[in-house]
Each structure stands twice: as structure tokens, then as C-alpha cells.
Design a protein. Structure first.
Length: 255
């Protein structure tokens, strides 16, 4: 029996990834603020289970309790593999340095950086104790490697996740563990986050018109397409390069 923990499963890429896991007979545990009826129906149709934990990742106490509940559900009898997809994230604040709101910065770092780190920390602890293999996928962004006007917080957070991924993977290999830890950069996906980006003021985000053009010209990939590429990567466990940032643009024609 295999389980997949997917944060931010209520919509967008998280929903698509959870759905793809179900198609591969993998039970899903979703964590978000909103229950997803579509995933419950998908699970029933594929004869797998779908459990959902309502959780606000920005609330430290709620996050701690959410992690406890997820781990309890994931590590049941006869479990051979547990995947964790740290997908939940926010884009705000999109603003230049000197005009950032402290509350939005703190919220951003809690959701985009602290929550994934804490999930990984607990999952690997439980996996080692239960002698279960773990596979961790952190959703990142090409912004981690670029200097983008107005995206100082987002880019920095994703860069932190990339480095945490690489360090964690190195530690697992040195310890002789079989777990894999990778990051996945999905490119521009047609999700609500892209809508938030396009709604930015040009004074806060100088490249906003480029993102509007991507939408107008139909250059945004669907969450379903991106999720299929990710599942293809992790289905080939023997070839996974631990600690690597897998980029959709390098994979889309190879999947």
C-alpha cells in the first residue's frame, strides 16, 4: 500500500497531482483549507481512499496539529511507500523592497518555507521509525534562480527550498537511506496564482504585461499536463537524482 500526502490539494496543480496519484492506485491524504469533492469522487472511482485534513498553514498551531493528523493517517499497517508533495504556496507579497508589508512577508515565509521544512522533518522521522520508504517532492520555481522585479520574497523563499532540498538529500545519502528528495519546477501553469500575478500593478511588478501576454497567447500549461510530467518522473525511482531540481521545460518532451 502506498500513500501520497499533497498539500494545497483543493485546486490547481495540487488537485491535479492528487488525481494522478489516484490513477496509479495510490491513496491520497490532502491538506488544505477547503475540502475537494472532485477528489473524493475520483478516489471512489479508482477504488482508493481520499482523506482530507483542513489546515491553515499560516497558523503555527494549526500546522502542528495538521502534521500530526496527516502522519497518523499515512503510517498505517502494510505501508510500503509514502510520498509527500509540498505544493501549497502563495505569491504575495508582490512588491518592491521598501514597500513590503511585514505581515505578508511573515505569512509568505510560514507557508512557502517553514511549512514544507516541518513536513519533511516529521515525515523522514516517521519513515525511519516505521522502516517505510519516503519520496519527497518540493514544488519550486524558476524564480529561485532569477532576479525578478517585485518578487524578492517569492524568489528567496523558493531558493531556500531548493537549498533545503539539496541538503536534505545529501544527508539521506550519507546516512545510507533509500528515501529520495527532489524539487520540481513546473513552469507557468494556468492556476489561480497566475491570475494573482496578472492582477499586479506595474509599479510593483515590472514584468506584469509579459505574464498577461502568456495568458492571452495560450502559453500556460494545464495543471493536468504538468502533473502527468511529475508523476512520470517519480515513477522511475531508480533513475531519480537525489537533490535535483527537475524542470518541466527539460522534461516536457521526454515524458
Amino acid at each position: 500500500m502506498k500513500y501520497a500526502i499533497v498539500t494545497g490539494d483543493s485546486r490547481g496543480l495540487g488537485e491535479a497531482v492528487a488525481s494522478k496519484f489516484m490513477e496509479k492506485d495510490i491513496h491520497v491524504i490532502g491538506l488544505s483549507r477547503t475540502y475537494n469533492d472532485n477528489l473524493k469522487n475520483k478516489a471512489d472511482n479508482n477504488k482508493v481512499t481520499y482523506s482530507h485534513i483542513r489546515c491553515d498553514l499560516n497558523d503555527s498551531d494549526d500546522l502542528t496539529q495538521g502534521i500530526d493528523k496527516v502522519m497518523y493517517l499515512a503510517f498505517q499497517n502494510n505501508v510500503e511507500m509514502v510520498y509527500l508533495v509540498n505544493n501549497a504556496g502563495v505569491i504575495d507579497p508582490i512588491e518592491t523592497v521598501g514597500r513590503l508589508e511585514s505581515s505578508l512577508v511573515n505569512k509568505h515565509l510560514q507557508i512557502n518555507v517553514a511549512a514544507p521544512i516541518l513536513f519533511m522533518n516529521r515525515l523522514l522521522k516517521e519513515a525511519d521509525e516505521q522502516k517505510v520508504k519516503a519520496g519527497i517532492i518540493n514544488v519550486t520555481s524558476g524564480a529561485a534562480e532569477k532576479t525578478i522585479h517585485g518578487w524578492s520574497v517569492y524568489s528567496s523563499g523558493k531558493a531556500a527550498i531548493n537549498q533545503f532540498t539539496a541538503t536534505c538529500a545529501m544527508e539521506q545519502e550519507k546516512a545510507g537511506k533509500e528515501h529520495f528528495v527532489i524539487a520540481f519546477s513546473p513552469g507557468v501553469v494556468d492556476t489561480d496564482m497566475q491570475g494573482e500575478i496578472r492582477a499586479s500593478e506595474e509599479s510593483a511588478f515590472a514584468d506584469v504585461n509579459k505574464f498577461k501576454k502568456l495568458k492571452e497567447e495560450g502559453q500556460l500549461r494545464s495543471p493536468d499536463t504538468v502533473a502527468e510530467v511529475l508523476l512520470n518522473v517519480i515513477s522511475k525511482e531508480k533513475t531519480i537524482e537525489n537533490g535535483k531540481v527537475y524542470k518541466l521545460y527539460d522534461l516536457i518532451d521526454k515524458s
